[in-house]
Design a protein around this ligand. Structure first.
Ligand SMILES: C[S@@+](CC[C@H](N)C(=O)[O-])C[C@H]1O[C@@H](n2cnc3c(N)ncnc32)[C@H](O)[C@@H]1O
Length: 267
């Protein structure tokens, strides 16, 4: 049996009781922390709580050669992921590979950043369109710095359909955790190049350390928020479409957006 377990958002105590029980009953524990991670914890603390060794897998171990899956043919194996195991990950592929090997699978869900951003900001979950990830820029073989324009295009498309955009921020083992500041700087560079007015006068929402006791939620104009310090990672960015009155009120009262965004909206 292979059980996928979402660990929740911030530290070792965010796991569900069901998830914890499944780990305690497991023969082997595997985890990946490249899609998301628990910034308020570490492997030692997880192992102490579980009373088990945690085998941390690389992206290659999970997505290219998941040889460890074979252990689940005759053992109770659990696979841990930050947040919810199937939200903004490709882990359904592992589940399908397990099925092809005749291994039963089960999911134990965890709190996800996808719902936390709605709770923390007051933005309505049903108004979100396609999400995107901003990768760190890279240097091409010709020595040119390449900035992905895909997130900009996604925001543009969502705005055209009056939908909010969640922008996940890159986690890279060498370049580190992308911040809201870096993300906005990159989006504004694309804006300068393309001049399509997608980010001009856009109210954006930056969220840091969701799930901790002191999450930071800040809303403001992109060019202003770019210079605000949201503190330690993880960070995530939301670019709202037009706002309903309650959403705007929440951004003003809960996230410090300027009161001028309420003008002209009906309550
Ligand atoms: C690829 S998504 C994976 C989402 C995860 N499976 C989940 O359900 O929460 C990871 C990205 O979401 C954002 N993120 C995840 N947890 C976060 C948190 N606690 N606070 C702020 N941003 C977070 C970061 O931008 C991070 O790079």
């Amino acid at each position: 049996m292979l059980t996928f377990i979402g660990l929740g958002l911030f530290d070792e105590n965010d796991i569900s009781l069901k998830g914890l029980e499944a780990i305690k009953n497991a023969d082997m524990v595997f985890a990946e922390f490249y899609t998301s991670c628990l910034m308020g914890s570490n492997i030692e603390r997880l192992e102490e709580l579980y009373g088990k060794k945690v085998n941390v897998l690389s992206r290659e171990d999970v997505e290219i050669s998941p040889d460890w899956l074979a252990e689940a043919k005759d053992k109770n194996v659990v696979f841990l992921t930050g947040g919810d195991t199937m939200v903004s990950t490709t882990h359904v592929d592992l589940r399908l590979r397990a099925k092809d090997l005749g291994i039963d699978t089960k999911l134990i869900h965890g709190a996800s950043i996808a719902s936390a951003i709605c709770g923390l900001s007051g933005l309505q979950n049903y108004r979100f369109g396609k999400s995107s990830t901003i990768p760190h820029p890279y240097t091409s073989s010709r020595g040119v710095t390449v900035i992905s324009e895909t997130p900009y295009d996604t925001i543009k498309l969502n705005k055209e359909h009056n939908m909010h955009t969640t922008v996940f921020l890159d986690i890279d083992k060498d370049k580190g955790y992308m911040t809201v500041n870096q993300a906005l700087e990159l989006l504004l560079k694309v804006e300068d190049k393309r001049g399509e007015g997608v980010m001009e006068d856009a109210i954006v929402v930056g969220i840091a350390r969701a799930g901790s006791d002191v999450p930071v939620v800040k809303a403001g104009y992109a060019h202003t928020l770019k210079d605000e310090d949201l503190g330690e990672p993880l960070h995530i960015l939301v670019v709202p479409a037009s706002l309903h009155f309650i959403e705007a009120e929440a951004l003003v009262k809960l996230a410090g957006a300027p009161e001028s965004i309420l003008e002209g909206l009906d309550d």
